[in-house]
Structure formats: structure tokens, C-alpha cells
Ligand binder design. Structure first.
Ligand SMILES: [Zn+2]
Length: 83
């Protein structure tokens, strides 16, 4: 579950994610900078609680944890998570 933007109530966010997957490359010994991608597999993207999030309607920015409602309650102090 997600919350709208804490600042403006907007519901569209830009999430910084990391992509992981694999590709095959063909290198050219004659030209160290050249290579061809010969095959690729679908990449997966994933976010974590600490992934950066920007509101697209205002200048609010935070992390996924700030807009997820099923994680640590916002009222908790940061240190409490490790108690
Ligand atoms: Zn906003």
C-alpha cells in the first residue's frame, strides 16, 4: 500500500530503481572500445525502502519507505527500527 505525496497529495512519483539482468557482448580485439550486444535477457527492476522517490507534482522527495504504509510507521524514530 502506498500513500499520496505527503506535501501536495499527488499520486505520481518518480522512483529511482536499479535494473539487473544479463547481456552477451562480442568484443573486437582490434578495437578495444568496440563491442556488440549479441543477446540480452529481460531486465528486472526493483526498489527498496531506501530507493529515492520524487513527487512529480511538487518538489517533495523522500524514499519508498516514506510513501509505503505497510512498513515502518512514520511516527517511529529512526533508531527504533533496530531495537
Ligand atoms: Zn507532491
Amino acid at each position: 500500500m502506498f500513500k499520496p505525496c505527503p506535501k501536495c497529495g499527488g499520486r505520481e512519483f518518480r522512483v529511482q530503481v536499479t535494473f539487473s539482468g544479463s547481456i552477451c557482448i562480442l568484443v573486437d580485439p582490434e578495437d578495444p572500445e568496440a563491442y556488440d550486444v549479441t543477446d540480452s535477457e529481460p531486465t528486472d527492476s526493483a526498489w527498496e525502502d531506501l530507493s529515492f522517490v520524487d513527487c512529480r507534482d511538487c518538489d517533495w522527495s523522500g524514499t519508498m519507505a516514506d510513501i509505503e504504509t505497510d512498513t515502518i510507521p512514520a511516527a517511529m524514530e529512526p533508531g527504533d527500527a533496530f531495537a
